[in-house]
Design a protein. Structure first.
Length: 283
């Protein structure tokens, strides 16, 4: 290196290198050249040296070849100072949150309550339909039984007073055989309750004997009134006696003497009308 610098004499260089800038560039070139020579020498020396097994355990120091790696198992790689790593597992996605329930829904299950009301409504509807069907059947069966009996006019010709008495829908003593006479006796003795019962019984039997009504057990007083609604004289007297009879017989009403006398005073006109009024057809 010294020989090289001695060879290069600045005084032999042209005059253009005498400036300061040119001298700096020249010195930089020389320093770079020297560094390059030194780096090459150190690398060559390092390449010629042998690596120890501790410096490179993966390299064969004799042959310079890379040794094969021995990968240990996962379990052997764990140590006592290291936390155990759990095996991977699939976590199912979380269920979506239930929507917010309206106010009061936590105390009352409105779906269940509305369903209960529907069931109750259906049950009531079935009961109403069944009741209507029963009433229709009962009404139809009764009138069918009445129509299947013998003709009214033929049975009327053979029916006695006692047979008419037995068709009354309420219990009354007819052992004497004359309701009108029993009504008068009860009235004179002050027994107005039995007096009105015997009087109404007499009216029913008289209407049955003359063919104005069809006296049958099970029929109501209102049904007899409908049968004579076209005969105003008979219907008015029948209704005048029927009202106090029902109040006394069914309601335990204390009949006044004036009320009974109002009915008894018109008995003569009824006896005329029941004979003179024309019969109506019931079949």
């Amino acid at each position: 290196m010294i020989d090289f610098l001695q060879i290069i004499d600045p005084r032999r260089l042209p005059l253009t290198f005498a400036s300061t800038k040119q001298r700096v560039w020249f010195l930089a070139f020389c320093v770079g050249f020297c560094c390059d020579l030194g780096l090459d020498g150190s690398l060559c020396a390092q390449g010629n040296s042998k690596l120890s097994p501790s410096d490179a355990p993966w390299l064969d120091s004799m042959s310079g070849e890379v040794l094969p790696f021995d990968f240990a198992s996962r379990e052997s790689a764990r140590s006592l100072s290291r936390a155990e790593i759990p095996d991977a597992r699939v976590v199912p996605p979380a269920a979506p949150a239930a929507p917010a329930r309206p106010w009061g829904s936590s105390y009352w299950d409105w779906d269940w309550i509305s369903g209960g009301f529907k069931v109750v409504g259906y049950v009531l509807l079935i009961l109403v339909i069944g009741l209507v069907a029963y009433l229709v059947y009962r009404y139809y069966n009764r009138w069918r039984k009445m129509d299947s009996e013998e003709n009214w006019d033929e049975s009327l010709a053979t029916r006695t007073v006692e047979q008419s008495m037995r068709q009354l829908s309420f219990d009354v003593d007819f052992s004497n055989g004359d309701f009108c006479d029993e009504a008068e006796k009860a009235y004179r003795s002050g027994d107005l309750r039995n007096a009105i019962i015997y009087l109404f019984s007499y009216v029913l039997v008289s209407l049955d004997q003359k063919g104005h009504i069809r006296l049958r057990k099970g029929k109501t007083n209102r049904e007899y009134l409908r049968e004579i609604r076209g005969q105003h004289g008979l219907a008015n007297f029948y209704q005048r006696v029927m009202v106090p009879f029902e109040e006394t017989f069914f309601g335990d009403y204390q009949l006044e003497q004036e009320e009974f006398e109002n009915c008894w005073s018109q008995l003569g006109q009824f006896q005329k009308d029941v004979v003179q009024a024309p019969r109506v057809s019931h079949g």
